[in-house]
Write a protein that binds this ligand. Structure first.
Ligand SMILES: C[S@@+](CC[C@H](N)C(=O)[O-])C[C@H]1O[C@@H](n2cnc3c(N)ncnc32)[C@H](O)[C@@H]1O
Length: 373
């Protein structure tokens, strides 16, 4: 049972639903799920990330690694420090959430004696940007309206790709259909239509790798995330892009037994699988297809520098030694959540792509799984 929303929250969701209903009407009764997800998460003033509820932490909807423990940022600092030996000492963080990673990464780099000439945040949500500015007041952080061009340094995106809108497909009688959103009986409902060429060809390409998908098989494709990686390749003239998120290589993502895709919603620490439930009140996410992400980055000219689990990455960066040096019951519990296979350690992956860096990067010296992509 999901906790009941307050009357104000219900009114907020109803306002967003009216915006979505209008978009459905303008689209002739079929709104592609990608557009629905964009509105549900980012409609100005109403979408989940664009409006003012508290999302992160114990009294929000979900907890991310930087919120769990400063050990996460301390380990990333080791990777950043290594890359800074070859680049300008600059960081751009995408989608900084509550600002916890920025705060702890700056502290960890300062503790290692590593100077940072510039820490910039690119955040699409005006509400979160305002909260970050409050949380990080007094720290040398700047906010950019648009990503930098010709950037030299380290770019980081932690749990950002999973909130980029996806298109949904389903196999029907050997053909590919697209799932979209309509209104039926006054409520939001899923609807299907024949896929266009772009979606059909993308599903064909998946089936070339994983084999024919069974009838009724549904999943999603992150075209927006792929486009974002191609853009990142343009922004990054020299240095590293670290993408940290939950997901799999293509063969695992589109495994024939994963019949329903990976869409997952988060509401007050409850996970559920209905993205049409009260839009605007919950996070909607899809796992990352890391093969597609790596392909997009490489096609745009970046080098694939590493791919491994979060546990391997953090351990390679010395998180266990850091834990030994500040061993409290709280830190042990935090480290377990970051590292254990049944927690974030295995489901979360770290992808490193970049330009002009020597290999191997410290975070990938053991357990590199590039060959699985
Ligand atoms: C799940 S939260 C993760 C926040 C934070 N990185 C963390 O780990 O706690 C996703 C964040 O990405 C932001 N976001 C989504 N798409 C983005 C984009 N294209 N560029 C920058 N930020 C984006 C959201 O507004 C939000 O701050």
């Amino acid at each position: 049972m999901l906790p009941p929303p307050s009357p104000e929250a219900l009114a907020h969701s109803a306002r967003l639903e009216r915006v979505i209903a209008q978009a459905i009407e303008e689209a002739g009764g079929f709104l592609a799920f990608e557009r629905y997800m964009e509105l549900a998460l980012y409609a100005p003033g109403l979408g989940y990330y664009a409006a003012g509820t508290r999302k992160f932490g114990a009294d929000g909807d979900f907890v991310t690694a930087p919120e769990i423990s400063p050990l996460f940022a301390q380990a990333i600092a080791v990777q950043v420090a290594e890359v800074f030996q070859h680049t300008q000492p600059q960081i751009v963080e995408f989608g900084a959430g509550s600002g916890a990673l920025a705060r702890d990464l700056l502290a960890a780099l300062a503790a290692r004696g590593v100077a940072v000439a510039r820490y910039a945040i690119v955040e699409v949500s005006p509400d979160l940007r305002a909260r970050q500015q409050q949380a990080l007041a007094g720290l040398p952080v700047q906010w950019l309206d648009t990503p930098p061009s010709a950037f030299d340094g380290v770019m980081i995106a932690n749990e950002v790709l999973d909130v980029m809108p996806v298109r949904l497909f389903v196999k029907r009688d050997g053909r590919v259909a697209e799932r979209g959103v309509t209104r039926a009986g006054g409520a939001l409902a899923f609807v299907e239509r024949a896929a266009d060429d772009v979606l059909r060809q993308a599903v064909d390409a998946i089936e070339t790798t994983v084999g024919a998908l069974p009838d009724g098989y549904g999943s999603e494709i992150g075209f927006v995330a792929q486009a974002w990686l191609r853009s990142a390749a343009e922004w990054l003239r020299h240095g590293l892009l670290l993408v940290i998120d939950y997901g799999f290589p293509r063969r695992e993502y589109y495994h024939p037994q994963r019949l329903m895709g990976t869409i997952m919603c988060h509401y007050r620490h409850h996970a559920h699988a209905d993205p049409l439930w009260l839009p605007g009140l919950n996070d909607i996410t899809a796992h990352v297809d890391f093969s597609a992400a790596a392909d997009a980055a490489q096609e745009a000219g970046l080098t694939l520098l590493g791919y491994t689990s979060q546990a391997h990455f953090l351990i390679n960066c010395g998180v266990l030694q850091m834990l030994a040096a500040q061993r409290t019951p709280a830190h042990v519990a935090q480290a377990q959540r970051l590292l254990l296979e049944a927690e974030m350690g295995e489901l979360f992956k770290v992808l490193a792509v970049g330009r002009g860096l020597p290999e191997p990067l410290i975070g990938f010296v053991r357990g590199d799984r590039r060959h699985t992509l």
